[in-house]
Ligand binder design. Structure first.
Ligand code: HEM
Length: 128
C-alpha cells in the first residue's frame, strides 16, 4: 500500500519526479527547456508552493498561474494534446508514488485546471 500525500516533502517528491518525466517527454520537454528556457531552481519551489496551496490551503504561492502559459503560447502555440500529455504524465506520477484521498484530490484539481486552460487557449488560438 502506498502512502497518501501529507507533507511538503511529499509534494517535492511528486513535483521533482513529474518534471523529470516532462523534460524527457518528446511532446513537452523542449517547450520547457528550449522555448521557455525554464530556470528550474526558481520554477520547482514555486510549484511546491502552488500545490501546497491547492492541496493543503497553505500560503506561499503568489502569482498568476495562467499568465506564463499565455506567454509561451505566443512563442509556441499550445494545443489540447499538449495539455492531455501533461495530465497523463501528472496522473501517472501521482499513481507511481501515492494513493489515498489527497492523491485523488490532486489528480482531480490538476485535471480541472488542465481542461479549463486547454479550452481557453484553444479558443484563444482558434476563435470561432
Ligand atoms: C501544455 C501544458 C503545460 C505546459 C507546456 C506548461 C509550461 C509551463 C512553463 C514553461 C512555465 C514557466 C516556468 C518559468 O519559467 O517560470 C509554467 C509555469 C507554471 N505552470 Fe505550467 N505548463 C503546462 C500546464 C500546466 C498545468 C495544467 C498547470 C496546473 C495544473 C500548470 C501550472 C503552472 C504553474 C502554477 C506555473 C507557475 C506560474 C507562476 O509563474 O506563478 N501548468 N508552466
Amino acid at each position: 500500500m502506498k502512502k497518501d500525500l501529507e507533507t511538503r516533502a511529499d509534494i517535492e517528491l511528486l513535483v521533482n519526479s513529474f518534471y523529470d518525466k516532462i523534460r524527457d517527454n518528446d511532446t513537452l520537454g523542449y517547450i520547457f527547456d528550449e522555448v521557455a528556457k525554464v530556470n528550474w531552481e526558481k520554477h520547482l519551489p514555486k510549484m511546491y508552493s502552488f500545490w501546497e496551496m491547492i492541496l493543503f490551503n497553505k500560503e506561499g504561492y503568489e502569482g498568476h498561474p495562467l499568465r506564463p502559459h499565455l506567454v509561451i503560447n505566443n512563442q509556441h502555440p499550445l494545443n489540447p494534446q499538449h495539455f492531455a500529455t501533461w495530465l497523463t504524465i501528472f496522473e501517472a506520477t501521482v499513481d507511481e508514488h501515492f494513493e489515498g484521498e489527497k492523491a485523488d484530490e490532486i489528480k482531480s484539481r490538476a485535471k480541472n485546471v488542465a481542461l479549463s486552460w486547454a479550452f481557453k487557449i484553444h479558443h484563444f488560438n482558434s476563435p470561432a
